[in-house]
Design a protein around this ligand. Structure first.
Ligand code: F0G
Length: 424
């Protein structure tokens, strides 16, 4: 008998199914399934990871992600994102040496590609004839790109009028059949779960456990970049809570596999108008009370997160915190990140707004080692950039307005002298 390396287990009842079982949820109790791995050989693990030459920042960690699929991966490649340090942003947050893990550097511009390469690989292995997701835009863009590469038809269900132009355009351009639903993301997710059960398409939302295996590598890669010397805090934006869950699993496993010897604390940041996870945290995680979500950060405009229980476990296990930031705080953080030459979409800026707030209330210390995760690229949301910087700005104090002039050197000279800039 061969020893099994990877299988799936229900979070709620512990029922186990085969690695290649395609059920979207536990067939016994409908709980969420998680991927479980046999313990890898711990001796020399760090050295093996360092020596792995895969061009993908996900499949370099293949033995910890999906060992049986490394040779058949649908990979762009993805991952290998930078860990940036910018003095202006450390100063803005009041944290010395703040590090930014910029997931906007992935092929479709968000961290979703890390999960999608694994999810799409699994879809191919089980012979899925179609793949689908509900999305606020980044998952659908990523789904569409990886499905095109795998040659599998893709279906995206998104809320009409609530997906940014960058994300909707990508989803269409990469060829996904795209349905605009009269409703919000929570309506789309409900509909999608029904579609996956009744129409038999393979669901690639973040309740798909293989997606989370890929997203774990955000943490594994940043820990490797820190020479396995865990930071004090990892701060991330939170919506449907797949990523918070994946981070919790990565930290648990990194401890079990002795890659690190202490747990970083997780701080999950939600938008004030879309903060059911933060509300539950403040009540000791008694239960999730869904809300009608409203925020300028459309990526995390989610009122009934699907992975609540496993994300709550991740916060408790890491002695973490959950907080909200206002849209004004998100915009201010975004402008600071953009002006530092880094750039990100609004949801990502929530992480940095969160660092500043946690520093201000003393939860994070000035000398704590903090990594904030920027989840998406600045060009994901060109609409909000126009709203900030052009006429009738939604944040006049932050606007860098373009100046219209005639094609005339005198006009350029006038502008430069009035803004105090000098020609050399
Ligand atoms: N940041 C960005 C840029 C996102 O697109 C998302 C989620 C999150 C943060 C939150 O991650 O849902 O795992 O808690 N976007 C999903 C989507 C919902 O459909 O693209 P989460």
């Amino acid at each position: 008998m061969t020893t099994r390396r990877t299988w799936q287990r229900c979070d709620d009842c512990g029922h186990e199914v085969d690695e290649l079982d395609r059920s979207p949820r536990c067939p016994v109790c409908q709980g969420l399934l998680a991927v479980v791995h046999a313990m890898p050989a711990r001796d020399g693990l760090r050295a093996r990871l360092a020596a792995n030459r895969s061009p993908s920042g996900v499949w370099r960690f293949g033995e910890l992600v999906l060992p049986t699929a490394v040779d058949v991966a649908v990979s762009h490649p993805e991952g290998n994102t930078p860990l940036l340090e910018r003095a202006a942003l450390s100063a803005w947050c009041g944290v010395d040496g703040l590090l930014l893990k910029h997931e906007g550097h992935n092929p479709t511009g968000s961290f979703k590609d890390r999960g999608m390469t694994v999810g799409m690989t699994q879809a191919k292995r089980i012979g899925a004839t179609a793949v689908a997701c509900a999305s606020t835009g980044n998952t659908s863009a990523s789904l569409a790109a990886y499905a095109a590469q795998a040659g599998i038809p893709a279906l995206a269900i998104v809320p009409d009028g609530q997906v940014t132009i960058g994300k909707l355009s990508q989803t269409l351009a990469y060829g996904a059949r795209t349905l605009l639903v009269d409703g919000d993301f929570d309506d789309c997710l409900r509909l999608m779960q029904q579609v996956s059960v009744e129409l038999g398409v393979y669901l690639l939302n973040s309740i798909n456990p293989f997606r989370l295996e890929g997203q774990k590598t955000i943490v594994l890669e940043l820990l490797q970049q820190c020479d396995w010397n865990a930071p004090d805090w990892i701060v991330l934006p939170a919506g449907n809570l797949g990523n918070t869950s994946a981070f919790g699993k990565a930290i648990d496993e990194a401890m079990a596999w002795r890659l690190i010897d202490r747990r970083p604390r997780l701080a999950a940041v939600q938008a004030e108008g879309a903060g059911p996870f933060a509300a539950a945290f403040s009540r000791g995680f008694d239960q999730l009370t869904p809300v009608h979500a409203e925020t300028i950060a459309t990526a995390i405009k989610i009122g009934a997160p699907a992975s609540y229980h496993r994300a709550a476990r991740a916060i408790v296990a890491t002695d973490g915190v959950v907080l909200t930031v206002s849209d004004a705080e998100i915009l201010a953080a975004k402008v600071a990140i953009d002006r530092a030459g880094v750039g990100c979409e609004p949801a990502s800026a929530a992480a940095v707004a969160g660092v500043r707030k946690l520093r201000a209330d003393g939860t994070i210390g000035r000398h704590d080692r903090v990594v904030a995760v920027l989840t998406g690229h600045i060009l994901k949301d060109p609409g909000v950039l126009q709203q900030i910087h052009q006429n009738d700005s939604i944040a006049p104090a932050l606007a860098n307005r373009p100046i219209r002039i005639p094609a005339d050197i005198a006009a350029v000279r006038d502008v430069l002298s009035s803004s105090g800039e000098r020609q050399t």
